[in-house]
Design a protein. Structure first.
Length: 131
């Protein structure tokens, strides 16, 4: 009887811990969200004075392939390539997350913006309209 009570208590503790901690999938998604926020914060911190110092970079990884979207990338300001490496790591990590958790999405290809322009010191993506 004593062993049974100990077993029940142990099981109760294990179940309580499982409910209070986020699942692996939730934790992995939070990690990806933090990586994305860091990327966007770093981009926002770079003043845009010359659009030629910027390029369009894919961000994210759709389960069907291709990116979720694009960001302006300050290639001149990122001399060490640290930001670009972070973007590539994020894209790879999201692709692995999609595969690991069997994530699905639409398979619509996101159109790549034409370029980057500077608006009030901030980089902004644009797409030229086709007529």
């Amino acid at each position: 009887m004593k062993r049974f009570l100990i077993l029940l208590m142990t099981l109760g503790i294990v179940l309580a811990c499982e409910k209070s901690e986020p699942s692996n999938q939730e934790a992995d998604r939070e990690r990806l969200d933090m990586m994305k926020r860091e990327i966007l914060d770093r981009i926002d911190a770079v003043p845009c004075e010359n659009p030629e110092d910027w390029q369009v970079e894919a961000l994210g990884s759709k389960p069907c392939g291709g990116p979720w979207g694009y960001v302006p990338y300050p290639h001149v300001a990122d001399e060490s390539g640290e930001l670009l490496a972070l973007i590539k790591e994020y894209n790879q990590s999201e692709a692995e997350y999609n595969e690991k958790y069997n994530i699905t999405s639409d398979c619509r290809a996101e159109p790549k913006p034409t370029g980057v322009r500077c608006v009030d010191g901030k980089a902004e993506l644009y797409t030229m309209a086709l007529n």
